[in-house]
Design a protein. Structure first.
Lengths: 299, 299
């Protein structure tokens, strides 16, 4: 990072580096059947914010890690995010046709390919986490990172959140239900990305806990603004069908609390996130800026 | 192992221990939504041969490992096998109603639950592999085992095999195509189970290579006899709909080579597998017995 680089410039540079590494990891190996490789690339290389990998990189760098060591693990977290989108969009689940401004994977390919591409992304993520950073010196850190990330995906994480989200369709959800669903469905992986960055950087217990607090607050702020955008945004801005939550009778923050209270809740979480990384000083500046940008997001 | 224990007794004891550990890993944590936990248990605890976990245990013990250190990783490999069955049975893929003598998961629950239960099993498998055996002393071995197992699942493994299997439906497959599909679809995970056992036991390069040779030969023998059983077996014996391959116009060993030649090919692979573990002497006896039992399997 040059001293004159602004946060948007830095984010753009990190996103470009992530996309470049993803492209490399998913290069044609002349062994993978072409159609599934194409599907996996379609899912992962779609334009996106790359929030989770950026968080892993930013948390890892704030905790003293090297960008080069963190880049492939960051890509692994993005693969897990892409896997979850592909499976959530399936007809048997959210049945969505539009994602990141393009037809969803099962629409553009077919359902079998979408199921298998998601599966492949999940296993490739763990393969990537097991391989990088290379060297036995990183083995214990990698094991811990894999433990944290896999727990965030599973039966007490993202998948539990998706199950609850489906179960609550058309039912009244309390504030506690709603926060639990979002903590699991979105928050767990965001928190795990921050924690994994700190772990791979060799951070101590205190720094790691701070990153987890940051991730939890940021994840909730992100989800609240996501719900607000679903009410206020246009398809062009958010890249998926707006008003979909209401159509599916999904419980959302605006539907339970109203728009104004939801905006205040998001602002409060952003303040929490910024406070969590204060102790990192200038090294935590990027994380703080990312948190602040959540409040004003339009997509 | 007591000296008077026969191979069938020993296999029964190992299977009971695997089932007991799976039951423990999948115990109610009062946090996981009950329905998805029930679905995951339905998929994993269904009666089965537990071939892959038994192979991990047998290979690990032959290479000098402790059963207690190997039990949870063995369960992880069974979870991956169960994940693959659940997703392969889905309507968009093989569309099968019967598995291990019972309704498939999407029939007994619903499609969304089956997709998510498979996803949960895959991530739980990697979580389990990251946690056990416990201790930093195992970190490097666990990283290597996770690398081998995840590679066996992904775009150059099981999932690639499933993609090719679907692509070849109704098409003529050459012997090379057929062997490639089966090597990927079944062979990779069986080979990885054997390799992971050896790796976790701290085996040297030579022992590990021998286990991989054993796994590759055994996997192919297993798949050939699977195809033969699909022609000859009854639903009661094999626990799934017989004649299904022919109905789906799938290329199989009997359809390409005829039954007699298929039987000879299976016998040849069994001999290869037995030869691969000869160097382990009496410690490799269980592996050799498992290979021999493939030829006479009725289920």
């Amino acid at each position: 990072m040059t001293t004159t680089e602004t946060t948007p410039e830095r984010l753009a540079r990190l996103r470009a580096a992530i996309d470049g590494r993803l492209d490399l990891i998913l290069a044609n190996d002349h062994e993978t059947p072409p159609r599934i490789l194409e599907a996996v690339r379609y899912a992962v290389l779609a334009p996106g914010k790359r929030l989770r990998p950026v968080l892993l990189l930013a948390a890892g760098e704030a905790a003293g890690g090297r960008l080069d060591d963190l880049m492939s693990p960051a890509c692994a977290v993005e693969m897990i995010h892409a896997f979850s989108l592909v499976h959530d969009d399936l007809p048997a689940l959210d049945n969505d046709d539009l994602r990141r401004g393009r037809p969803t994977l099962h629409v553009n390919f077919d359902e079998a390919t979408a199921i298998l591409a998601g599966d492949a992304l999940l296993s490739l993520a763990f393969e990537t986490l097991s391989r990088f950073p290379e060297g036995d010196a990183f083995a214990a850190r990698k094991i811990e990172a894999i433990g944290v990330v896999s727990a965030a995906v599973g039966l007490r994480g993202m998948i539990a959140g998706q199950v609850l989200d489906l179960e609550f369709e058309g039912k009244a959800a309390s504030r506690e239900d709603l926060e639990r669903i979002h903590r699991l469905k979105t928050g767990c992986l965001i928190t795990a990305a921050c924690a994994a960055g700190a772990i791979l950087a060799g951070a101590g217990e205190e720094a790691r806990k701070a990153m987890e607090r940051y991730g939890r607050a940021l994840g909730l702020a992100f989800q609240i603004t996501d719900d607000i955008l679903d009410v206020e945004g246009t398809a062009v801005e958010i890249g998926k069908s707006p008003g979909k939550d209401a159509k599916q009778a999904k419980a959302t923050f605006p539907s339970v609390w109203g728009l104004d209270a939801s905006r205040r809740m998001a602002a409060e979480r952003v303040r929490e996130a910024v406070a969590a990384v204060e102790a990192f000083g200038s090294k935590g500046a990027l994380l703080a800026d990312i948190a602040r940008s959540i409040e004003s997001r339009r997509s």
